[in-house]
Each structure stands twice: as structure tokens, then as C-alpha cells.
Design a protein around this ligand. Structure first.
Ligand SMILES: [Zn+2]
Length: 352
């Protein structure tokens, strides 16, 4: 049977959101990615789908009506400062709605069997956006709204969000902190912006045990991240049995990123995405969507996204003796992984 191509969401509207001169979350980030994925090692792997705008009602699945209206009122304003790091331009409201709608389009394509996985190459990013305020370059929480879409429109009962961005996704965590229908898993530099994401933040009420935080120390690289995916993420995912996996893919863990202190290489991104794809194929028919979050080194962004696409383009996951194969065996202990394991053991029987 012919393997379906991956779906990529890309559109000029995402270049129109401009948080201001010299801001690291610039339109050039996506321009670098869009240019890189035209190259021939990856351009046969995916097909492009256009986004639609999310409706206000859909945005209210995750945000307050007051907040949605507040962002809507920035339409047409040259510059509006929402928090010290986060600002809008004339078309930010439109770009932000299309970013969320792009995630929905990609999910429709994946769930209808037209695509085997996908990557929403969108901005503004989303994982810091809270219910009622903008934060950390983010307006609407794209990935959280994607999880809502899976639950409300696509019939899922369990969705897993895996967030490998440098920063903790405070907004995503808070959206589902008291829910068991969405499992939020995050690795992040800690302590660091935004301050949340300690290993003992693990959900409340019926959501207790369904938030998994693994803090990472400065200098963590491919082997440390691989160990977290091998020893913590994979067993939790297998036990949770998600019906879809959404990934907050931030490339600010890249070794050359100007904002981060992590040491992840392009091989690391291949491993992380390959691990997620393996889990998605085993557990949920390959339903895996990457959503772009941060990443501020333009070369690292382009190469990182290309590496994820190449992984999605492979017919089968090869266990050959490659660098990825070596990372498959990584079990290095770190302080963050040890504390996450000892806390999460209370909730997940398969953790050792
Ligand atoms: Zn980030």
C-alpha cells in the first residue's frame, strides 16, 4: 500500500505577525524553515495544506471570552504590548487564529487517513499562553486547542501532549492540570523561564498523575534527553495508551540556540521524533502532529524541522546501527530524571 505523505501546514499569514524590531520570535524564523523544506532531501516527503481561521467559539475551548475579545481588538493596531515579551501587530489576531486553525486542519487530515502524521509550521507559538493572558511570545495555545479538538471533534478520550521546547509549557499544563483526558509531558531547562515545571507538579484531582514534568539541567544533550524518552516517556505513553500524540516542538534546545543552555544536536531531534513516531505507530495508528513552538537559531530551526520530516518520511523505523540506534540504549541518570521517576512511580506501574 502506498504510504500517505505527511501533512505540513504553511502559509504566508504566519509571516505577518510581527512582535517588533529585534524580537527573537521573528518572521525570519519561519522563512528559514519554509526555505529549508523546499530542498530535495525533504520536499517529496510532505504535502502542504492551507490553514483555516479558528472561530472565536473554538478559541474559547481553552481561553476566556474576555481574553479572546481582547486579542481580537488588537486587529489593525500597529503595535500593542500584551506583556513584557509579547506584543501584536496589525495582523497578529489573524495569524494567531490561522495558527490554531492550521492545527485543526492538520488533525483533520491525519484522522481522515489522508496523511500519516504532520507538522504545523505556524507562529505565533502557543505553549505559554494561559486561559486569560498572553505570555512568552504566545497568544493562543495552539497545542492545547489541538487537544481540545481531538476530544471534542475527533472522538478521542485520551490525548498525549509531549513538549520538548526549552521552556516549560505553563499554559498547556494549566489547561489540563485537573484533567485525565490529556496527559501533559514536558522536558525543559529548569530552573528557568517561566518558573513552572518542577518534578512534583503532577496534576490535581482527577488529573493527578497526568502531568509529567522532567526538569533538565543546563548542558543536557542528546543522551540525557534520550534517557528521559526511553525510561520515562515511553513507559508512561504505553500505559496511558493515547489516541493521538501532539508534540510542542521547540528547537530552542538546539546546542547553538541563543536563548537556551541545552546541547541537543540534529541527531537528537531525529531521535526524539523517531521515538514519538514509534510510539504513535504502536499506540494510535501513527496519529502524531508536531506543532512549532520556539527555536531562535535560524540554521538549527531549518535543520531541526528537516530532520523531523525525514523521520516521518521513512517507511519503517530502522533499527540500524546508527547514532539514533545508540541513543535508543541511552539510560543515563540525571537529577531531574531521577526525581521525576521517583514521583511518577506512584502513578505508573511500569516505571522502574
Ligand atoms: Zn521555548
Amino acid at each position: 500500500m502506498q504510504e500517505m505523505p505527511a501533512v505540513v501546514i504553511k502559509d504566508k499569514i504566519f509571516l505577518e505577525h510581527d512582535p517588533g524590531f529585534g524580537h527573537p520570535e521573528s518572521p525570519q524564523r519561519l522563512q528559514a524553515i519554509y526555505k529549508r523544506i523546499e530542498e530535495e532531501d525533504v520536499n517529496q516527503i510532505y504535502r502542504v495544506a492551507r490553514p483555516r481561521p479558528a472561530t472565536k467559539q473554538e478559541l474559547c475551548w481553552n481561553h476566556s471570552r474576555t481574553y479572546v475579545e481582547r486579542i481580537a481588538r488588537t486587529a489593525g493596531l500597529l503595535h500593542y504590548q500584551l506583556d513584557p515579551d509579547t506584543a501584536t501587530s496589525e495582523k497578529s489576531w489573524e495569524a494567531a487564529r490561522f495558527a490554531v486553525g492550521g492545527v485543526f486542519e492538520a488533525l483533520d487530515s491525519i484522522f481522515s487517513g489522508k496523511s500519516s502524521g504532520g507538522f504545523a509550521l505556524i507562529r505565533p507559538p502557543g505553549h505559554h499562553a494561559e486561559i486569560d493572558h498572553a505570555m512568552g511570545f504566545c497568544l493562543f495555545n495552539n497545542v492545547a486547542l489541538g487537544a481540545h479538538y481531538c476530544l471534542r471533534r475527533l472522538g478521542c478520550k485520551r490525548v498525549m501532549i509531549v513538549d520538548w521546547d526549552l521552556h516549560h509549557g505553563n499554559g498547556t499544563q494549566h489547561s489540563f492540570y485537573e484533567e485525565d483526558s490529556v496527559l501533559y509531558f514536558s522536558t525543559h531547562q529548569y530552573p528557568y523561564y517561566p518558573g513552572t515545571g518542577a518534578a512534583d507538579e503532577c496534576g490535581e484531582g482527577r488529573g493527578e498523575g497526568f502531568t509529567v514534568n522532567c526538569p533538565m539541567s543546563i548542558g543536557a544533550g542528546d543522551r540525557e534527553f534520550a534517557a528521559v524518552y526511553n525510561r520515562l516517556l515511553a513507559p508512561v505513553a504505553e500505559e496511558y495508551r493515547p489516541e493521538a500524540i501532539l508534540c510542542s516542538a521547540g528547537f530552542d534546545i538546539y546546542w547553538h540556540d541563543p536563548l537556551g543552555g541545552m546541547q541537543v544536536t540534529i541527531n537528537g531531534f531525529s531521535f526524539l521524533s523517531s521515538k514519538l513516531l514509534g510510539l504513535a505507530r504502536k499506540l494510535c495508528g501513527g496519529r502524531l502532529l508536531f506543532c512549532l513552538e520556539g527555536g531562535y537559531d535560524l540554521a538549527g530551526l531549518g535543520e531541526g524541522v528537516a530532520a523531523v520530516l525525514r523521520v516521518m518520511g521513512r517507511k519503517e523505523q530502522k533499527k540500524e546501527k546508527s547514532v539514533i540506534g545508540e541513543l535508543e540504549k541511552s539510560d543515563v541518570s540525571t537529577k531531574g530524571l531521577d526525581s521525576a521517576l521517583s514521583i511518577q512511580k506512584r502513578y505508573w506501574r511500569s516505571l522502574v
